[in-house]
Design a protein around this ligand. Structure first.
Ligand SMILES: Nc1nc2c(ncn2[C@@H]2O[C@H](COP(=O)(O)OP(=O)(O)OP(=O)(O)O)[C@@H](O)[C@H]2O)c(=O)[nH]1
Length: 329
């Protein structure tokens, strides 16, 4: 006889220092390419959300930009995004890589989590109904040991013990998102950490982002990959408009370029001298990025689409509140 299983739903923040594998894990869990991944740290700028929906659960994953010290105004905004994304979550997944020692970056995030979710006083403890292990936190804080394919079984076990001593995590779960190892377990742990609650989004919803934002993130990620280290981080991408394809009398797209949706994109750099770096010899970078994203963009737009990329200079946009606002920060 099957018991009635309670429906669980809520938000989980995925935090961790740059490059620990946040985007890769989210994508593996959701099974679609939403957050951008890159071998270059700090490519994730926004609280991108992905939605995992199952028969008895809906878990909204909140991706956070690499938590880092603010340097520019943009840095400050990024930290605000992190704070906002932490404010209303039901649980936190704190990712730590198996193939690297626990470092200052990890400890800083842990401190940050303790400030916001740690139970300091006995009063706090009395208020929270929990008395054993998980009493160190107001909400479940799950440690996820990532990239376990990079270490031996013994090293992994040692690392798990180390994590156990680092803090009173609600759960510790190892995973390799790349090799799809132990993903189900991660999903189950995330679901178990959610409170009982109703379904919030439609079944087929994978992301809360608008198509414009999703495409902008993809383009930015593609440029970062394409340009390797030639490019400073000061690159912003805005999708200004997605223009529908022209249709004939029967409602079919007309032949030729007008029959494609046109995605108007502005790529902002800080200085004139950076424009040729972005564009490349014979516009090779633009060509590569367009080619690479063709399928993804077609799918997001829902029609054959043409990427219209314009590289523009937004002088010192990182420190100018007006331009930051216009760029959606
Ligand atoms: N071997 C291995 N590599 C992984 C795994 N997960 C992620 N990576 C790699 O680690 C790098 C960083 O992964 P991301 O998912 O972009 O990391 P992130 O934490 O989102 O990075 P930021 O956006 O910089 O915060 C990429 O090169 C991934 O391919 C894994 O399970 N095993």
């Amino acid at each position: 006889m099957q018991e009635d299983v309670a429906y669980r739903s809520g938000f989980i923040a995925v935090v961790g220092r740059p490059n620990v594998g946040k985007s890769t894990l989210m994508n593996a869990l959701i099974g679609a390419r939403i957050a951008i991944t890159s071998s270059r740290p700090e490519t994730t700028r926004k609280a991108i959300r992905g939605v995992m929906t199952g028969e008895h659960y809906q878990v909204v994953l909140v991706d956070t930009p690499g938590i880092h010290r603010p340097r520019t105004l943009l840095g400050q905004r990024l930290n605000d995004v992190v704070d906002d994304s932490l404010a209303e979550v039901d649980a936190v997944a704190f990712l730590l890589p198996a193939d690297q020692p626990i470092g200052p970056g990890d400890r800083r995030i842990l401190e940050r989590l303790r400030e916001q979710f740690g139970i300091q006083s006995r009063d706090d403890q009395a208020r929270s109904n929990q008395t054993h292990d998980s009493s160190a936190w107001k909400i479940p804080v799950i440690a996820v040991l990532t990239k376990i394919d990079q270490v031996s079984r013994t090293q992994m076990v040692e690392k798990l013990i180390e994590l156990d001593q680092l803090a009173q995590f609600t759960q510790i779960v190892p995973v390799s998102a790349l090799e799809q190892d132990n993903l189900e377990e991660v999903r189950d742990v995330f679901v178990a950490a959610m409170p009982e609650g109703p379904q919030m989004y439609p079944d087929d919803m994978l992301s809360e982002e608008t198509p414009e934002d999703t495409i902008a993130e993809l383009i930015r990620g593609a440029f970062l990959e394409e340009l390797h280290d030639e490019l400073p981080h000061s690159l912003a991408v805005v999708v200004d408009e997605i223009m529908d394809p022209e249709l004939d009398d029967d409602g079919n797209p007309v032949a030729g370029p007008a029959g494609k949706a046109r995605v108007m994109v502005s790529i902002y750099v800080e200085r004139d001298s950076q424009k040729p770096i972005i564009i490349g010899k014979k516009a090779e970078h633009l060509v590569h990025v367009k080619k690479r994203l063709r399928t993804a963009v077609n799918r997001i737009v829902g029609a054959k689409a043409y990427l219209d990329l314009h590289v523009k200079v937004a002088k010192e946009w990182q420190s100018n509140p007006k331009s930051l606002e216009r760029l959606g920060f």
